[in-house]
Design a protein around this ligand. Structure first.
Ligand SMILES: [Cu+2]
Length: 219
């Protein structure tokens, strides 16, 4: 309902002579696209779309709703949740993949711009494939695990990602809104609730602790 009321101010009234167009009276602007998802969190079962991985932080029965409104040039994401712990801040982001049996299934954060090295289908950067033969085992750096989060704050930031951190009220409810001057292509496929507020420092930007719940979004 709110999306309808929001577009009314932009409807121009031809009788008042208030319509101007540099294109010489072309078609009116398209209506905003709206998609939404809602779910009641429960432990994972096959086919579930709202999953709690930690019922101590996201209790069974908590309810989340996400609504995305896009125009031709920008987007607005509205998130509301009920049934969480009171007076607690949770990190919340949109992620690229649908939820699954494990928290990792949701994949990385949705990003509007991607770091060059992580572009989908980007070739692996060239580099030595074997360590120098004189290297001592004692100084061989440990294998770096694939980082699930982007730690570069020039990409992992709330302008390039969708961060919807919420601090709940005493009744366990909370809400957040994020707006961006871009649209979603491709669409994010999940909303992930994390245990703690999202960090912004270099090296840990975007990290918000363990993934404690996940809501799958429509394709
Ligand atoms: Cu996240």
């Amino acid at each position: 309902m709110h999306s309808v009321t929001k577009i009314l101010p932009f409807v121009c009234v031809a009788l008042a002579g208030g319509c101007t167009s540099s294109a010489g009276g072309a078609a009116p602007a398209p209506s905003p696209r709206v998609s939404s998802a809602t779910g009641t969190f429960a432990p994972y079962t096959p086919g579930a779309t709202a999953i709690t991985y930690d019922p101590a932080l996201v209790p069974d029965g908590a309810v989340a709703t996400l609504s995305i409104t896009e125009t031709s040039s920008d987007s607005r994401v509205w998130f509301t949740v009920a049934g969480l712990l009171p007076n607690r801040t949770y990190g919340v982001h949109l992620h690229t993949n649908p939820c699954g049996a494990t928290p990792d299934a949701a994949g990385p954060h949705f990003q509007h711009r991607h770091p060059p090295a992580t572009q989908p289908n980007a070739p692996s950067p060239p580099g030595p494939v074997s360590p120098p033969q004189t290297a001592s085992p004692a100084v061989t750096p440990p294998e770096t695990p694939a980082a699930p989060m982007k730690a570069d704050p020039s990409y992992a930031n709330p302008q390039n990602e969708v961060w919807l951190d919420v601090t709940t009220r005493a009744d366990g409810r909370g809400s957040a809104v994020a707006t961006h001057p871009w649209t979603f292509d491709p669409a994010p496929r999940s909303l992930v609730i994390h245990a703690t507020a999202t960090k912004t420092a270099d090296g840990q930007a975007g990290d918000a602790g363990p993934r404690v719940a996940c809501l799958t979004l429509p394709a």
